[in-house]
Design a protein around this ligand. Structure first.
Ligand code: PAF
Length: 282
């Protein structure tokens, strides 16, 4: 595995891969890799001869008072894991490479509509930061394929929208959520949980599964499902942010004929903001 910080070096590698007719898959990450990330890299490998993983803790997607400074940085361990699974390049650009005109003067890529609710409402500016950095990583790496996790359901929809709207010739692949044995979705932020909170955390996924089953059993009062779920999360010790039953394709409110539904939820548990979702066909 080559560790690259310089964009010109990455360009040279890219040229030689292209020369040999090889395709490139990108897995953008902020590091602190866990089995969820590893599964993204393994899936990327199925779609291209060359896999580039980026580690860049992107300042523009963190709001004031969020955990940018504290975000776990575990480069040595990350590097070891990526080597083991046969990553071709670990690209670790610095802020000046990603934002050459400085963050204050950076072009912002912003997707309207899809970003207004849910995590977009609770974390103002977050998705502008995500789309701006992902567009920049796309420009730097020039992949044929890019892989994102389903855990960040709204994020992957927003990135799909951006990619299609800008006519970027990149195929977006969404990888299934990797879970602990008790159902908790793998996330870098799980490590903020105390032992007590960790015992409660799987309730989020359990609740989503229950709502999924109720939908499959014919329940169609979406609002009631949402408000009951918020109360259940509160009773379990979460500060719920939202629970929403939506059309899987575009996060709009489903009508009774909609057959693909996503149930999304987010809540604060101690210092950790947990998010999760399930997709059900009804
Ligand atoms: O999902 C993440 O880890 C980040 O939002 C991403 C896509 C790497 C952009 O910084």
């Amino acid at each position: 595995m080559q560790i690259v910080q310089d964009k010109n070096e990455l360009n040279e590698l890219h040229k030689s891969w292209r020369h040999h007719g090889e395709h490139v898959a990108l897995v953008p990450t902020m590091g602190n890799l866990h089995p969820g990330h590893i599964s993204l890299v393994e899936l990327a490998r199925e779609h291209a001869e060359r896999v580039v993983v980026t580690i860049f803790v992107n300042p523009t997607q963190f709001g004031k008072g969020e955990d940018f400074e504290d975000y776990p940085r575990t480069l040595e361990r990350d590097t070891r894991q990526l080597r083991k699974i046969g990553t071709d390049v670990l690209f670790m650009p610095d802020v000046e490479t990603v934002y050459p005109f400085g963050i204050e003067n950076a072009t912002v890529v912003s997707v309207p509509g899809l970003t207004e609710n849910f995590c977009g409402a609770s974390r103002p500016g977050h998705f502008d930061g995500v789309t701006s950095v992902v567009a920049r990583l796309f420009a730097l790496v020039q992949p044929d394929v890019a892989v994102f996790g389903q855990k960040d359901y709204q994020q992957q929809l927003v990135i799909r929208h951006m990619t299609a709207d800008l006519n970027l010739p990149i195929r977006i692949i969404t990888a299934p959520t990797i879970r602990e044995s008790d159902g908790l979705a793998r996330s870098s932020r799980n490590q903020y949980l105390t032992a007590e909170e960790r015992a409660v955390a799987p309730r989020l996924h359990e609740l989503l599964e229950t709502i999924g089953s109720e939908l499959q059993n014919g329940k169609r009062d979406f609002q009631e499902l949402e408000s009951q779920a918020v109360a259940t999360l509160e009773a379990a010790g979460f500060e719920p942010d939202y629970v929403a039953v939506r059309r899987a394709q575009n996060l709009e409110v489903p009508d009774r004929d909609c057959d693909e539904i996503v149930v999304l939820a987010a809540g604060q548990l101690g210092k950790a903001r947990l998010i999760d979702n399930v997709v059900v066909t009804i």
